[in-house]
Each structure stands twice: as structure tokens, then as C-alpha cells.
Ligand binder design. Structure first.
Ligand SMILES: Cc1cc2nc3c(=O)[nH]c(=O)nc-3n(C[C@H](O)[C@H](O)[C@H](O)COP(=O)(O)O)c2cc1C
Ligand code: SF4
Length: 444
């Protein structure tokens, strides 16, 4: 890892740096906008899918699934209608990147969506946008209207025989509407109850039981740059299986909270926090970092991470390091026992009361459980009740163990991954800060 200071590498956010940049189509066109779509119009859909496969782009919504592989699930001879949905729900606590693109560079998303729809042969697409983003929905609607007027959208796009419509659907503000199958249910006009996978993998049985590609805002924007550079060239950014850039959102006790676009794997967690986000406020020490949104397992300052890394000769070797030395990308965070998730880095300084922080997170998941499965519905509430009573001075000596027990009985026993999102923070907070939980239980 270089000793130099971390710097940003802006590709998706590049336009935002242009002086006087506005969300209008004229401005986007002036900065080279829709050139990738023109290129795509001269290609076959499968050629675009192959470029995205070659780019090794992984989804930026949380799970990090290979985008080209997902698109490849759509059969060329599919008889049913094919849909594409842009997931603009952005509901993972600590995440605030997609809204920047929507508000300030909406045409990049629109262009990325049109290219992606063409690649998977979708003739109808939706942007499922978080209800609170009312302003963003208006900006996007204007961008769609402008794109239609310029023949980038609608009938016979750029003189081809390909036609596409994109509609905006505003959510009503529920975390679970970000989960792709819950989102689809909501889009169909129902309560956002996630569906069981299998059989309901969206690419097979999605919207209206038809093949549906669901991708995050940032993922879809990357399609523009993959077409511009070519998949193989794009894959040179970052490192194998962790290519391209990543917009990380740094929040918590840092001097410069904000969103930063970095090359995947180029910088460590410590470099991002200290160089980009300006270090911890008031010169205090870091106590803990949640590296990928509130669902990700917490990292404790001082813990020793045993990271299995690929060596230049291709062999694997284990290296011991502190949490600040973990290179920030999908695979390294996973190897460190957590995840890069939605790219939201939450920094907690030495003054943080970890039990209170846990209680805050538990309250969120208890409130947001859709209630469909018992372990998540009941368990999330019990978790909150337990941390709540500890915080109020009514904790019992058995509570840390009880928290782990409840969390262990949620993870892996639910319909959707919100079970894990609820359990992982508890399992890691209690395991890594057990001393604090035990002490808090003694206080009356
Ligand atoms: C509880 C829960 C909430 C989620 N919220 C979001 C969200 O707000 N935005 C998002 O893009 N993905 C979210 N996801 C991930 C989506 O289910 C899905 O994996 C993603 O939209 C796929 O896009 P990608 O492959 O481009 O990442 C969530 C997943 C879960 C389990
Ligand atoms: S895990 Fe939770 S959010 Fe997901 S379906 Fe079950 S009850 Fe609903």
C-alpha cells in the first residue's frame, strides 16, 4: 500500500467538479454526455453485456453482485417483457451518494439506464426513488423529459428500431423498499414484503413475474464509463474482482464528513478516514468503524485482522494488520469479517458509548422490519428492548449473552437479508465490546 496520502479518483462524480455544472441536458452534452449511448446504439445488446462482464463491475447497492453476470441471466430469446429497475431508495443508514448523482448529474443516470436497458432488451424501466427525495424526483423527471425531446428516450432512439420508456415511482419511505424484491412488490402496488429466493430471483421472476434487472444508481452510472473506456480498460482501475471506483460516504466523528470517490482497493480504511475525511474531530482517537453501512459488522480499533491476500506469484498468504490498514474494497473487507456494503463508513471516536450506539441501530431495525417473518419481526424488537433496558439502567448480567442468542436465532432464518442486517451489528458489537456491555449492565 502506498505511503502517500489518499486522493480521490472521480469518474462517476467527475462532472460535479466542473465549474458552473448544472443538471440540464445542455450542460451534460457540453461535457460529452450521451456519447456512450451513441456508441451503444451501434452495438449489439450482447456486445454491451460482454463489455460489462469484461469490466468486472460489481453492484454498488450493497451485495456487490457481478453486474455483467446478472445481465447475462436475461435470455436473448426471452418471450416475456423484460424490465429494468433503478434502485434509488438509498435507505442504508450512513449512505448519501446516490442522491448527489440524482440531484446534480441526473443525465448520467438516465444515460446509464438507457444503455443498460438496451443491453438487456428492456423496453420499460422504472426509477424507484425514496419518497423523501421529492426534489430529486422532480429533477429526474425534467431530465427524462429533456432526454425524450432529444430522441435519447422514447420511440426509435437515435434512429434505431429500439424504443424505451422510463417512469419514476416514488416510494413512501420504508427501508425494506430498498431490498430488491420488496421494492418490486411495492412497485406492483402492494405492501413491500420481500419475496423468497428461490424462486423469486428478479432476473428470472421479477416485476409482474417477468425477468427484471434491479441495479443501484451508482452501478448504472458506471455503464456510461465502461462503454466510453471499454470493459478491459475499465477493469484496469482498482484491482481484479474489485474494479472501478467506489463512492464512499464518510460520516460520524470526522472533521470532513462527506462523499469521496476512490479507486477500489487503492487506499486503506485509515487513509480514507484520515486523509480524505480529515481525521477524527478534536484530535480524539478512533474507537470503532462500521465500514459499509449500519448492517455491516463493526471493526474495533486495536483488533488484529488476519487478512488472506493474494501474492504477486498467485499464492495466498495471511497477513496480520490493524483495522486502519485494511485496503478498502469488496474482497478485503469481506476477508476482514465485515463488508463494504453500501460504501458508508461510520466513524466513532473514543467517547462513543457503544451500548447507546447499538441501541440506536437496534431501534432502526426494529422499526423497519416488514414483519413478515417471526425471527426478524419479534427478534428485532427483543434486541431493541434489551439494549433499551441496559441504557436505562435495568440491564441484567445475562443480557450480553441474551443479545447474542437472539441475534444468532435471526441470522440465516429469514426470508430476506434484513435478518442478517439486524443480527450482524449485534453479534459484532457485543463480541467486540463485551466489556462495555457488561459494565453497562452493572449500572443501575
Ligand atoms: C434490507 C435491504 C435494504 C437494501 N437497500 C438498498 C438500497 O437502499 N439501495 C440499493 O441500491 N440497494 C439496496 N439493497 C440491495 C438490493 O436488494 C439489491 O441487491 C441492489 O439494488 C442490486 O443492485 P446492484 O447489483 O447494482 O448493487 C438492500 C438490500 C437489503 C437486504
Ligand atoms: S427478514 Fe425481516 S424485513 Fe425481511 S422479509 Fe423477514 S420480516 Fe421482512
Amino acid at each position: 500500500m502506498p505511503e502517500t496520502k489518499a486522493i480521490e479518483r472521480r469518474i462517476v462524480l467527475a462532472n460535479l467538479d466542473q465549474p458552473g455544472y448544472t443538471p440540464d441536458i445542455e450542460c451534460y452534452l457540453k461535457h460529452g454526455g450521451y456519447a456512450s449511448l451513441r456508441k451503444a446504439a451501434g452495438m449489439k445488446p450482447e456486445e454491451i453485456v460482454n463489455e460489462v462482464k469484461a469490466s468486472q463491475l460489481r453492484g454498488r447497492g450493497g451485495a456487490g453482485f457481478a453486474c455483467g453476470v446478472k445481465w447475462g441471466f436475461i435470455r436473448a430469446d426471452e418471450k416475456k417483457p423484460i424490465y429494468l429497475i433503478c434502485n434509488a431508495d438509498e435507505s442504508e443508514p450512513g449512505t448519501f451518494k446516490d442522491r448527489q448523482i440524482i440531484d446534480r448529474d441526473p443525465h448520467q443516470l438516465v444515460e446509464g439506464m438507457i444503455i443498460s436497458c438496451f443491453a438487456v432488451r428492456a423496453k420499460l424501466a422504472y426509477i424507484y426513488i425514496r419518497g423523501e427525495f421529492a426534489g430529486g424526483a422532480r429533477i429526474l423527471q425534467k431530465a427524462l423529459d429533456e432526454a425524450r425531446r432529444n430522441n435519447f428516450l422514447g420511440k426509435n432512439i437515435l434512429g434505431t428500431d429500439y424504443s424505451l420508456e422510463i417512469y419514476i415511482h416514488r416510494g413512501a419511505g420504508a427501508y425494506i423498499c430498498g431490498e430488491e424484491t420488496g421494492l418490486i412488490e411495492s412497485l406492483e402496488g402492494k405492501r413491500a414484503y420481500p419475496r423468497i429466493k428461490p424462486p423469486y430471483f428478479p432476473a428470472v421472476l421479477g416485476l409482474y413475474q417477468c425477468p427484471t434487472i434491479v441495479n443501484n444508481v451508482e452501478t448504472l452510472c458506471n455503464a456510461v464509463h465502461i462503454l466510453r473506456m471499454g470493459g478491459a480498460e475499465y477493469a484496469k482501475i482498482g484491482r481484479p474482482n474489485n474494479t472501478g471506483t467506489r463512492i464512499v460516504c464518510v460520516s460520524g466523528h470526522v472533521n470532513k464528513p462527506g462523499y469521496y470517490e476512490i479507486e477500489n482497493g487503492a487506499w486503506t480504511l485509515g487513509q480514507i478516514v484520515n486523509d480524505l475525511a480529515g481525521g477524527v474531530r478534536g484530535g480524539k482517537k478512533i474507537k470503532a468503524i462500521i465500514p459499509g453501512g449500519s448492517s455491516a459488522k463493526v471493526l474495533r480499533m486495536g483488533e488484529v485482522i488476519k487478512l488472506r491476500q493474494k501474492q504477486p506469484d498467485g499464492s495466498m498468504a495471511e497477513k496480520e494488520m490493524g483495522i486502519l490498514d485494511i485496503p478498502y474494497d469488496f474482497d478485503n473487507l469481506q476477508a476482514a469479517g465485515t463488508m463494504s456494503g453500501s460504501g458508508a463508513i461510520i466513524v466513532m471516536d473514543e467517547t462513543t458509548d457503544m451500548v447507546k450506539a447499538m441501541n440506536n441501530i437496534n431501534a432502526f431495525y426494529a422499526h423497519e422490519s416488514c414483519g413478515q417473518c417471526t425471527p426478524c419481526r419479534e427478534g428485532s424488537l427483543w434486541l431493541q428492548k434489551i439494549t433499551d433496558r441496559i441504557v436505562r439502567g435495568g440491564g441484567r448480567a445475562s443480557d450480553p449473552g441474551l443479545l447474542i442468542n437472539v441475534a444468532d436465532n435471526i441470522a440465516g432464518r429469514t426470508i430476506c437479508a434484513m435478518g442478517e442486517a439486524t443480527a450482524w451489528p449485534v453479534q459484532s458489537f457485543v463480541a467486540k465490546f463485551r466489556d462495555e456491555f457488561e459494565k453497562a449492565c452493572e449500572k443501575k
